[in-house]
Design a protein around this ligand. Structure first.
Ligand SMILES: [Zn+2]
Ligand SMILES: [Zn+2]
Length: 293
């Protein structure tokens, strides 16, 4: 078997609505497993655009309990059923994920039961969810070909919040999740082949009728600023840096790259929805374009 270790950015946006950057979601394909990280707005459409669907997903990982990472959870479960999934869905998430799933499923109990009875499909197993709530950095998935570990990050007042580390094919990829500058993330990212980090452009939001200066300062304070992310990549000594969860979604790409490159000598890639990183061949694919990293 030739080794595969691909990471596809399904959604590189944030809560702000964008037609080009959908809600937070990432697909990791390694060790014969398809793992979906976060289920932000539009994840099911992006998954199909990436050539897969809900029936193909072996595990869902949730970084933290913010709605922009969770809002399409039910849509994902139901569409997987429509896509002929016949096995339960495994979900790993931090404290709060069990309650969230129980209550989300309960909201739709009547509708779902009516549909199950009326449509008389041969399997309803796709609607079963096996939830694992983790509370440490111990591996949550460990097979011969793939190790997945949570990384505790800093996104207070949302606490806990996690990123994830994926090791396969002799390579290591880190996904930051939502975090401010975080020493633990740097520590856990040491020597990674690719760090996929969130980014927030300093001063990008303006005081308006519904936004106060104090509120904007608070929002900035639990994300990583565009002039910090290159320093993080350098401290962690990673081989390449990709940016995701881009706030604002229409941030100037050249400016993001220039800011990160001021502190980091390696390749800096501004993530785009459906951009795929092939770790084995060190290639980035996006639409018709491909380049090495
Ligand atoms: Zn977020
Ligand atoms: Zn968040």
């Amino acid at each position: 078997m030739s080794e595969v270790f691909n990471v596809t950015l399904l959604g590189t946006g944030c809560p702000a609505v964008s037609t080009t950057r959908y809600g937070a979601a990432t697909l990791v394909q390694a060790g014969e497993q398809n793992i979906l990280i976060d289920v932000g707005s539009g994840v099911t459409q992006r998954l199909v655009a990436a050539g897969l669907n809900g029936a193909d997903i072996d595990a869902v990982l949730i970084t933290h309990m913010h709605s922009d990472h969770l809002i399409d959870f039910y849509q994902f479960i139901i569409s997987s059923w429509h896509q002929s999934r016949t096995k339960p869905q495994k979900v790993y998430g931090p404290k709060g994920i069990k309650k969230f799933i129980k209550e989300t499923m309960a909201v739709w109990d009547d509708e779902r039961n009516l549909r199950i009875e009326f449509e008389q499909r041969t399997s309803t197993t796709a609607l079963k969810i096996e939830v694992v709530e983790f509370d440490s950095q111990a591996p949550i998935i460990q097979t011969e070909h793939l190790t997945v570990k949570p990384i505790q990050v800093m996104h207070e007042p949302v606490d806990p919040a996690y990123g994830f580390s994926f090791e396969a094919a002799g390579k290591k990829v880190i996904l930051s999740g939502d975090t401010r500058y975080c020493d633990n993330l740097i520590e856990q990212s040491k020597g990674a082949d690719l760090l996929i980090h969130e980014v927030f452009v300093h001063g990008c939001m303006e005081v308006t009728g519904t936004r106060s200066a104090q509120g904007l300062k608070a929002v900035e304070s639990y994300h990583t600023l565009s002039d910090e992310v290159g320093k993080i990549a350098t401290k962690a000594n990673v081989k390449a840096l990709a940016l995701t969860h881009i706030v604002p979604p229409d941030a100037d790409r050249a400016q993001l790259i220039a800011q990160a490159k001021a502190d980091f000598a390696g390749p800096v890639i501004v993530g785009e929805d459906l951009m795929r990183f092939d770790l084995v061949n060190r290639q980035v694919h996006h639409g018709e374009t491909a380049f090495s990293f």
